[in-house]
Design a protein around this ligand. Structure first.
Ligand code: UT7
Length: 320
């Protein structure tokens, strides 16, 4: 049975950057000092009014396909992770497919909030390992700025927009080595957007609502657990990890996870300072940044892991 291996990465950040001081200037009751100390975030990118998740996904996908040396016609599966889709339906994956100018491949979205990319990559890997598909485009794309309440300083300073993508192909070389996904819906209320459209009106709240400290505690616990579980599945220990690429929500959560795994911070990719939390896009954005900076090299062992609303969490261990 062949492995599923990442053959190209790409990412895209909308050009408008917003610093912490810009938030203060916009009237948010916060400070650069508070945000940096509590989260590590200094800046984030915001999509322009006309940019949808599929537009960000398109730019990231084009770069990933160029890096893999393939054309869109070769892709037989598109799995796109987002919690900020263009429309209620069709899926953002189908809209991306149309923008890529191709047809025929299976295309669908997965919704696991900030764990979305770990879920999407794992789902795509199962398709490839089964032999039914050979070349997947796996994307995380978000426009979280659309679902932020700019009067809620506990959430609006945390998130940003962006997209990341990988091409995942059948290969005789490893490849994804192991993955683990989990959810516990009992904790849905600590991070949610409890709104819906009904009869042409928004019912409930169309903004991110979060119990920050509860999310923090949950994240720190499950990120270490799921990393160990995934290493165990592969018969490896944490010394095998060349690079940890965690979901970029908060530098303190990332540092705590690294500590629990016994990894020094120079083995951890961090982009939270300049991207903020881009939800499902954060892992592929960080991966692509480290690849393009020449830090991650072919043959390196990577641990990708995320946690987010649902609650959901998951990890993917792979040879790059
Ligand atoms: O992708 C997964 C999604 N989210 C996360 O991973 C987020 C996880 N949680 C966190 O990162 C942290 O809980 C936060 C960064 C959200 C908050 O940090 P904290 O250290 O847990 O602060 P807190 O919520 O306990 O609030 C402490 C104080 C409060 O003031 P009082 O009650 O002590 O006077 C808040 O009102 O900080 C205040 N505060 C702020 N002050 C300035 C909350 N947000 C802000 C702000 N600027 N933006």
């Amino acid at each position: 049975m062949s492995y599923a291996r990442i053959t190209g990465t790409g990412s895209y950040l909308p050009p408008t950057a917003l610093t912490n001081d810009d938030l203060v200037a916009r009237g948010v009751d916060t400070s650069d000092e508070w945000i940096v100390e509590r989260t590590g975030i200094r800046s984030r990118h915001l999509a322009d009014a006309g940019q949808m998740a599929s537009d960000l996904a398109l730019e990231a996908s084009r770069k990933a396909m160029a890096a893999a040396g393939i054309s869109a016609g070769k892709i037989d599966l598109i799995v796109l992770a987002t919690s900020t889709p263009d429309y209620i339906f069709p899926s953002t994956a189908c809209l991306l497919q149309s923008k890529l100018g191709v047809s025929g491949a299976a295309a669908f979205d997965v919704q696991a909030v900030c764990s979305g990319f770990a879920y999407a990559l794992t789902v795509a890997e199962k398709f490839i390992r089964s032999g039914s598909h050979r070349c997947a485009l796996v994307v995380g794309a978000e426009v979280f700025s659309r679902i932020l309440d700019w009067n809620d300083r506990g959430t609006c300073v945390l998130f940003g927009d962006g997209a990341g993508a990988v091409v995942l192909e059948a290969s005789e070389e490893p490849g994804i080595l192991a993955s683990a996904l989990h959810a516990d819906g009992a904790h849905h209320a600590i991070l949610e957007v409890p709104g819906q459209v009904c009869g042409g009106k928004v019912v409930g709240q169309p903004f991110v609502k979060m119990d920050g400290p509860a999310v923090f505690k949950f994240a720190v616990r499950v990120l270490a657990e799921v990393a160990h579980e995934t290493l165990d599945l592969a018969g490896l220990d944490a010394t095998a990890i060349d690079w940890l690429i965690p979901h970029q929500a908060n530098i303190r959560i990332i540092q705590s996870t690294a500590r629990k795994l016994g990894l020094p911070m120079d083995k951890v990719v961090t982009t939270v300072e300049r991207h903020g939390n881009t939800s499902a896009a954060s892992i592929p954005l960080a991966l692509d940044a480290a690849v393009r900076e020449g830090r991650i090299k072919r043959g390196d062992t990577l641990m990708l892991e995320g946690v987010g609303g649902g609650f959901t969490w998951g990890a993917v261990l792979l040879k790059f």
